[in-house]
Design a protein. Structure first.
Length: 106
């Protein structure tokens, strides 16, 4: 659902998806990504483990966390791990706002 929503927005497009941390790490170098939208629920490693690896390998690539868990439960942990934002699944408007905010030049 998120991929379709993003692809329908002017100026935004998905450059890839991955079900596991390994898939993401393999695909990312060739993806030419401006932002990683990271679900905390991955097959295998946790999204937070992947986030730590992403911060290590690509420290300037913004990572926005998407989760089915309420922000009050996991947002502080995700931000401490290096996420630029945290969005709860199902909130399309907040997702788009967070993507645009993360992509704005600092």
């Amino acid at each position: 659902m998120q991929a379709r929503l993003i692809d329908l927005q002017p100026g935004l497009s998905m450059c890839g998806t991955a079900a596991t941390a390994e898939e993401a790490l393999e695909a990312l170098p060739a993806a030419d990504a401006d932002l990683v939208l990271l679900d905390l629920s991955l097959d295998g490693d946790s999204g937070l483990d992947l986030l730590a690896t992403l911060r290590e390998r690509w420290p300037t690539l913004p990572c926005l966390v998407l989760s089915g868990q309420p922000a009050i439960e996991r947002e502080a942990e995700a931000r401490a791990a290096g996420a630029v934002g945290y969005v709860e699944k199902g909130d399309a408007l907040s997702l788009l706002e967070a993507i645009h905010a993360a992509l704005e030049p600092s």
